[in-house]
Write a protein that binds this ligand. Structure first.
Ligand code: FAD
Length: 399
């Protein structure tokens, strides 16, 4: 019997999970197309920018799919031909499907604010995180002093975890660069009146207290109007800085509007109870208009959900209806401290930190067998920097 051709586009949390679930099932011929050769483990990307191991936030597909029966292409999907049931890629491949799973993730949105794209930093990819880290070091090397202000725009989880990691990291690298230790000014700018606006108020308050203890300044209810080479314009006033990190906006992948998908709330793709947007086209993770889309756990859940349904359908059973699952939110804020929102349970401090470490461990195991996941987890304690000064010093000290 001919195998059902399942084409998965996007090798992120959702797409990779769906591929893993379907790869060894003989009823399916699975192909994964992704424009990046590894799974970006976004939750630990902020550590890439602050001296953490690159490997910790990057799991190559060769590791994940070793011994799995599927075809993987490094390519970018450009268009869809619904009649012919094909996807065309940037390298002009035409890939056929019987069932299509789209999990392309989101892209950065600067809301058209002048100067941001040109001058700001970001931590949405490994490359961007490493670029920020290199900038922090270059500045100390070239100016012999820290920046006047380090500004993070966006008081969501990404902005907070990065802000929390910065003070200790900056002091550490100032010492390595023999720069006189002094106070560093770190500010979070947020347009909403409170930080973590999507989470309960007591969580915002606890994280706010924690950030204050770390010496981080908060500008809440203030909006960014532009950026120049040396400043960020906030509410009409320039704030001097060469280090502005934009974490404040994302928008759905342009593939969907370019290819005339039906868009629902928040710019996400409209889906039915099977996460289907059209016959045999399934949308997962950040792209789908579901209550908790925008989180890694949701993408993973969606990938498994669609894979399970395809298996059910291949067995002649009815597909199950989607039930959105409220994810556990864990937000680290500085060394050994995290806020956890687990339904009605709100936990802060070291216990939250331990829970986050456990979540990462389990998170890696979602994509790799235990021995590999364990190795991946322990890369967390490794230090990795590209700075000539720091590396020369480390080599000298270790000699
Ligand atoms: C810095 C950061 C920290 C985060 N921290 C957390 C956290 O702590 N907890 C949490 O739950 N969530 C977190 N998130 C959100 C989480 O990472 C996303 O919700 C999750 O990655 C969504 O999974 P996905 O499969 O939908 O998309 P993604 O994981 O983004 O994967 C999409 C993949 O598709 C590829 N792609 C895009 N366009 C194309 C194309 N046209 N053709 C081929 N391939 C394409 C992309 O390169 C990418 O590899 C964080 C996000 C960021 C940016």
């Amino acid at each position: 019997m001919a195998k059902e051709k399942v084409l998965i586009v996007g090798g992120g949390f959702g797409g990779v999970k769906a591929a893993l679930e379907l790869a060894d099932d003989n009823r399916f011929a699975v192909t994964l197309v992704s424009d990046h050769p590894s799974l970006r483990y976004y939750p630990t990307l902020y550590r890439n920018a602050t001296g953490g191991s690159r490997a910790n936030s990057n799991i190559p597909f060769d590791h994940i799919f070793a011994d799995k029966k599927l075809t993987v292409y490094a390519d970018t999907a450009v268009s869809i031909d619904r009649k012919a049931k094909t996807i065309k890629t940037a390298s002009k491949q035409v890939l056929e499907y019987d069932s299509l799973i789209l999990g392309l993730g989101v892209v950065t949105n600067y809301f058209g604010i002048a100067g941001l794209e040109e001058y700001s930093y970001s931590i949405k990819t490994n490359h961007q995180a490493e670029r920020l880290e290199a900038h922090l070091h270059n500045q100390l090397r070239e100016d012999g002093a820290p920046d006047l202000n380090y500004i993070i725009v966006g008081a969501g989880p990404t902005g907070i975890e990065l802000a929390g990691a910065l003070p200790s990291y900056l002091h550490k690298i100032m010492a390595k660069h023999d720069v006189m230790d002094r106070k560093v000014n770190i500010t979070i700018v947020e347009a909403m009146p409170r930080l973590l606006p999507r989470l309960p108020k007591d969580v915002s308050r606890a994280v706010r207290r924690r950030l204050k203890r770390l010496g981080i300044k908060l500008l809440l209810g203030e909006s960014v109007q532009g950026q120049t080479a040396g400043s960020l314009i906030v509410n009409g006033k320039p704030l001097a800085s060469h280090t502005v990190i934009w974490t404040a906006g994302v928008t759905n992948n342009p593939f969907f509007s370019d290819n005339h998908f039906v868009i629902a709330g928040r710019g996400k793709v409209a889906v039915d109870t099977y996460l289907q947007t059209e016959d045999n086209i399934f949308i997962i993770g950040d792209n789908a208009n579901t209550p908790y889309s925008g989180l890694a756990q949701t993408a993973l859940y969606d990938g498994k959900f669609v894979a399970d349904n395809l298996k059910r359908r291949a067995s002649g059973k009815d597909m199950k209806s989607y039930k959105a699952k409220r994810p556990v939110t864990v937000i680290p804020a500085g060394p050994h401290w995290a806020a956890v929102v687990w339904g009605k349970l709100h936990l802060f401090g070291f216990a939250g930190w331990l829970l986050r470490a456990g979540a990462d461990f389990v998170g890696f195991h979602d994509y790799e067998p235990w021995p590999k996941a364990t190795r991946q987890f322990f890369t967390e304690s490794q230090v990795e920097e590209d700075c000539v000064v720091c590396n020369t010093k480390a080599n000298y000290e270790n000699a």
